[in-house]
Every structure is written in C-alpha cells, then in structure tokens.
Design a protein. Structure first.
Length: 550
C-alpha cells in the first residue's frame, strides 16, 4: 500500500505563490540587466573593433580571399557566433541591438535559477524560490560577468549551453541516474549537445565539455551507467561541434590544410602559417606553484589573467572550500549512512556531481588557458557551488544557512565590475567619418600597425579590398609564414590607387611597412577619421614609383 500525503489548501496556495514568484523573477532580472547594460554604455571592446563586426560581414559577403587577414589572427575564427548580432545591429538602432544581446546573456540567470531550485533542499516552496533567486543573482552579478554584459565577447552567451546542460541533468537526475537506460542515454546525449554547442561556437568552451562529460563519472549512479552517460555526453559534444563548427573547419582544411588554422600548426604544418601552435602564452603561469595559486593571484591582481581591472572572489572562495567540503563529505559519509540523514543543503549525490563538474572545468581552464574571461560561466556557477560546499560542513542547518548568506553577501559587496571599454550610445553600432576616395573601383586599402581596424571595413565601398601588412599573424618580412608571399603578391599586383589606414599613433610604423614594398606614404594627404568606438585613424594616400604604374 502506498502512503499518500494529502496536499492541503495552504500547500497549494504556497505552490501557486512560488510559481508566480519564480515567473516574476525570471522576467524581472533579465529586464533589469538590460537596463543595467544601457546604463553602462555601448560596447567598444578591442575584439569588437578587430573582428567581431568584420568576420560576419566577410562571411556573408564572400570576402575571405578578397581581403587579406584584416582582423589579424582572428580573421580565421568561425564567424557563426557573430552573425546574428551583425544582422541585428544593421537592422535596428544600436541600443536595441545591444539590449537584445544583453537580454540573451541575462538568460543565464534563468538557467542558474532553475538549477538552484532543483538542487537546493528547502521545504517551504516560496522560501526556496527566493533562496534560489538570490544565489542565481549573485551568480550573474560577478566582476567578469557584468563586464561582459551586452558585449560581443560571448563567453556568457555560450555559457547558456553549459548552464543549460547542468539544468537539464539536474532536472532529469532520477531518469538519468536510475531510470530506463535508453532514456538516460538520450538525456546524456542531449546534455552533450547543449554544452557542445558552446564549444562549437567558441572553442575555448572545451573546458566545460570536459567538466560536464567527465562529471558523469561522479554521478550518483552505478559505475557502468556513469561510464555510459559520459560516453553518450561526449558523442553529443562531437555532434554539436560538427553541426556548428564543422562547416568552418572543413573550409579551413580545404583551403589551408589545417581545420583549426592557424592553431596547432606545429601538428598540421600548413605552409600558410608558421610552424607553431599559436598558443597565447601571455597569461600562462611560469611554475606549478603559480598555477596552483592562480585564484589567489587573480584576486590580488586580476590582470595576471586578463587585460582589465576588476575584483571578484567567487572562484577563489570555491577553490578554498572545495577540498574542505570534500574532506567533510568523506568524514560525514559513515554517519550519514547510519542516520539516514544528510548534512547537505541538497541531495549529497547531486551536490557531489555538480561540485565535480565545477572542479573539472576549472582544472581544464587552469591547464589550458588561464584567461579569466573564458571562466565567466564558472564564475556564474560558483555561488551555487559555494552553497553546496558549505552545506556539507558539520554545522547545524541554521548556522550553515547564516554562514552561507554571509559569504554570498560579502562576495557581492566586495565585487568590482570591470569594463572592456564602453562609449556613449549612438544610433549605429559603428559610426565614423568616411574619407574621400576618388576612384573606389581601382582602390586598395592597406592596413598598417597592430590596432583594430576591422569594424570600419563594412562601411567602405564593397569593391575595395583591405590588405593588412602588419599583424600578430604575419609580417611583410616573415620567412616562416606563406602568407607573407600572399601579401606580397596582392600588394605588388595591384594596379590602381593605394591608401593606408592605421590608428594615428601607428602611422609611423605603417609607413615603414609600406616602404618594405617600395611604397611611400604621402603624409600631406593624410586625413584623420574619427569613429564612435575608440581612437581615431589616419587615412593616407600611398604612392608607388611612377615606372611601375599603369
């Protein structure tokens, strides 16, 4: 005989209030973050000016070989993730386009909220909603998260795939870990599709694929099922990457002989790149000790893991708590089994799984990248993981709740949001003073220096090719990169007018690059063109010897 617990009118009223409160929070917080983004100003980050605005334009207009690496190394990045915003930004005013982007990114709150409601054990449904909402809000108001709100970095955008996978797994945990095998495999595959979509759109998100897939090995399930779920998740990741990035990888393979070009060219050895892995070593720790103490170092000086100043101690707090919670969980396990009670604020199995996912994702990040903005989804998840870690400490429930609330309050109070560069709002995403070009049909624009120019290119007449002479990918005098010959041929074979564009401080070195090809900058012709996103550029005519002109 099954014992049924009657649902009282008070319980029904509480459930209804909880649902309405949850719906209100799921709507209000994203809208509030859109308003926050409007108050912060228009995105003007370096990468937007370099490639996030140019790459989708190039892809949609077939300019990959018409221009030559105008966005430097990122010219080779998969443009898929940037296409929606580029189309939107050209269809509606900039504040609306960025508002939509910020709204999409703020849906991380909804996923964190759903995840927290699933894993937290709070008897009263209304209090549970408020507790989950508070934890999720602290998650999305971190120093790195707000810095990227309404920007084209997209680390928080692809974070939707990671947090979506976690929310799905938590929501369906009974079917995944103890239900019919076929349904469990399907759900694990779907979770792999979700987190794999993050990697398919932005490759550094591989760290979250590692965390989610291998996290199944710590799930509260039989050992054989754990392995099966991990494999199914991995297959989902592969399918998502093939769907969202396969077309671009195949294009690079056919044209350059390297599906990740130029990365890992020490393996693929494409002649159109240096024999190098092209790995960014600027933020890699120089010793094991520096790697082990990385969260402490970031909290003391965030620029050891990025280019901007901010303050956030979420990941550091979780880093300190994780081994303490693991030890407490091991010591408390025999007593919990004897008493049938749990010291956690969630079911112990699901808490262990989620903490393992976070730990594996962090370890992969610390080993492969150490660039903080790639860890923004982990920053978002950290407050919930902190709650779970504190929940296994041998304290009374009341004390644990008080300590948890205090820790989260201190974390938020000490947070200082960073900025990747903002400007005053304008009607268009990019606005600038178009220079006079007498004969655009016979004009080539050379790009000098190392500062971003790509955001200006879509506004120029489309018949003008842009050829970058200096970049972090190739130089005019490079001897180990086949693209130096591509540059030489494109520049020397042109018959018509040349102009040079560079930021004003880089104009001198741009003139040196032109001289490598026997070209001379006409300094008297230089115009200064201003734009809404940053420093002004010089636009100068370039002359070649009269005997070579036709």
């Amino acid at each position: 005989m099954t014992l049924s617990i009657p649902i009282t009118p008070a319980r029904r009223a509480g459930d209804r209030t909880a649902r309405l409160t949850a719906l209100a929070l799921a709507c209000a917080v994203p809208l509030g973050m859109v308003l926050l983004n409007l108050s912060l100003g228009q995105d003007a980050n370096w990468d937007l000016r370099n490639y996030h605005w140019y790459n989708p334009y190039s892809f949609l207009n077939g300019r990959f070989f018409f221009d030559v690496v105008p966005a430097q190394t990122p010219s080779f990045y998969n443009p898929t993730l940037d296409i929606p915003f580029f189309l939107l930004g050209n269809a509606v005013p900039a504040p609306v386009a960025y508002g939509v982007l910020a709204f999409v990114q703020s849906l991380n709150f909804v996923l964190l909220f759903a995840l927290a409601r699933t894993v937290l054990l709070v008897d009263d449904p209304v209090r549970k909603v408020w507790a989950a909402g508070a934890v999720a809000l602290v998650g999305v108001l971190g120093g790195g998260s707000v810095a990227q709100l309404g920007t084209t970095f997209h680390d928080s955008t692809v974070g939707l795939g990671f947090l979506g996978a976690l929310a799905l797994i938590a929501r369906t945990q009974d079917r995944l870990f103890a239900g019919p095998r076929r349904a469990a495999i399907s759900l694990a595959f779907l979770s792999g599709l979700l987190v794999g979509s993050a990697m398919g759109l932005k490759q550094p998100s591989v760290i979250y694929c590692i965390g989610v897939c291998f996290g199944f090995l710590a799930a509260p399930a039989a050992p054989g099922r754990r392995l099966l779920l991990a494999v199914a998740c991995g297959l989902g990741v592969v399918a998502a990457v093939a769907l969202l990035s396969g077309h671009w990888m195949w294009f690079l393979w056919e044209t350059h002989g390297n599906p990740l070009h130029p990365y890992y060219n020490n393996i693929f050895r494409s002649p159109l790149g240096a024999i190098s892995d092209y790995k960014d070593l600027a933020y890699q720790p120089k010793s094991v000790w520096e790697r082990l103490t990385l969260p402490f170092r970031i909290s003391a000086d965030p620029e050891v893991a990025g280019e901007i100043a901010f303050r956030d101690h979420r990941i550091l707090t979780l880093y300190v708590l994780f081994p303490v919670a693991a030890l407490a969980g091991i010591l408390a396990a025999p007593a919990s089994r004897r008493s049938g009670a749990s010291h956690a604020l969630s079911r112990p199995g699901i808490a262990r799984w989620l903490l393992t996912v976070a730990a594996l994702s962090y370890a992969a990040w610390a080993w492969m990248f150490c660039i903080y903005r790639y860890a923004v989804p982990l920053e978002m998840l950290a407050p919930l993981c902190i709650v779970l870690a504190l929940g296994v400490l041998p304290l009374s429930r009341a004390v644990r709740i008080a300590v948890t609330a205090s820790v989260l309050a201190v974390l938020q109070a000490t947070t200082v949001w960073g900025t990747w560069g903002r400007s005053a709002w304008t009607s268009n995403v990019v606005e600038f003073d178009m220079p006079v070009i007498p004969d655009p049909d016979r004009t080539m624009v050379l790009i000098g220096g190392y500062q971003p120019v790509g955001h200006l290119i879509p506004s120029f007449p489309p018949q003008i090719p842009f050829v970058r002479l200096q970049s972090n990918f190739v130089q005019p005098d490079s001897t180990d990169n086949g693209y130096s010959e591509v540059l030489r041929r494109r520049v020397m074979d042109h018959r018509g007018d040349y102009f040079m564009i560079a930021t004003v401080p880089d104009t001198d070195i741009a003139a040196d690059a032109a001289a490598f090809y026997g070209l001379t900058l006409d300094w008297e012709s230089c115009q200064v063109i201003h734009n809404n996103l940053g420093e002004p550029h010089s636009f100068c005519a370039v002359r070649r010897p009269t005997v070579d002109r036709q």
